[in-house]
Design a protein around this ligand. Structure first.
Ligand code: 0L1
Ligand code: MG
Length: 262
């Protein structure tokens, strides 16, 4: 680590204020070019601690930058992870207040709920498939706290990987009932198809993403506890949404997830 505790706390407050006030800021590495990966995650964990201290609940975990295209774009070879909050949790059919965000974008994802603990290092796809209670379709809302989504990898990790919310689906199925890599997704905005994709866009198999999460957490001596909801990463590119937009995402074998930005 290169940053001291007081700088970690100050940067966490700075980024959380940007989120709470909907006031975008410049990427934090501009002022702290020396910060490293550990610093970046320490800032993210401090934001999580601040929210929990105020009574906010962590609703699950997320993986980001899980497609080869997005990793290439960022010049990285490993995805990133962040946390989901109860405050940003929406159900199928929700009306979502656009004013709660700066410049929201949405990604279609497969989410899983675990029924037993997963621990790295060495966690593999087979262990993940055994540990998954159910899979469901979900839509992540990302909303970078940085102006125009302009950031580098350390800045975006500190900013909780742009996590801002998620809309969970209402169809849950066992992992044996769906073929995750070939699971097709169609995203419609205002009745027009804007994105299509298949589960394989997520590291070849969404369960690989969960294994990678367990292995990344092991570096901090953490595990994925039983009963964890995990967004596995974007199947589609992120699509900008605005007030008045109606979104309908159809997942093969997992029903649809619909919501309206109001
Ligand atoms: O969930 C994601 O893949 C987003 C990761 C952060 C980068 C971005 O804001 O696009
Ligand atoms: Mg995502």
């Amino acid at each position: 680590m290169t940053l001291d505790q007081s700088t970690i706390r100050q940067l966490a407050e700075h980024l959380e204020n940007a989120e709470l006030n909907r006031q975008p800021v410049t990427k934090i590495t501009d002022d702290h070019p020396e910060m490293d990966w550990e610093d970046a995650y320490a800032i993210q964990y401090e934001i999580r601690r601040r929210k929990e201290e105020r009574g906010g609940r962590t609703a699950g975990l997320k993986m980001g930058l899980t497609s080869q295209a997005k990793m290439r774009q960022m010049g990285v070879s490993e995805p990133v992870y962040g946390f989901l909050t109860d405050a940003g949790s929406y159900g199928d059919g929700a009306e979502i207040d656009t004013a709660a965000f700066i410049h929201p974008r949405i990604e279609a994802e497969v989410a899983v709920m675990t029924k037993s603990e997963l621990a790295g290092p060495g966690c593999n796809i087979g262990q993940v498939l055994q540990a998954v209670d159910f899979v469901t379709g979900a839509v992540e809302i990302i909303d970078s706290r940085y102006e125009n989504f302009r950031f580098d990898l350390k800045s975006v990790i500190a900013d909780n990987t742009s996590a801002a919310g998620f809309v969970g689906g209402s169809v849950m199925r066992g992992v044996d009932a769906v073929d995750l890599p070939t699971l097709g997704v169609v995203m419609e905005k205002n009745g027009e198809v804007v994105e299509t994709g298949a589960g394989a866009a997520v590291l070849g198999h969404p369960a690989t993403s969960v294994a990678m999460l367990a292995n990344m957490l092991a570096a901090r001596s953490e595990v994925i506890p039983a009963g964890t909801f995990i967004m596995t990463g974007g199947i589609t590119a992120a699509v900008a949404v605005d007030k008045g937009d109606t979104i309908n995402v159809r997942f093969q074998d997992l029903g649809k997830v619909s919501f309206r930005m109001v």
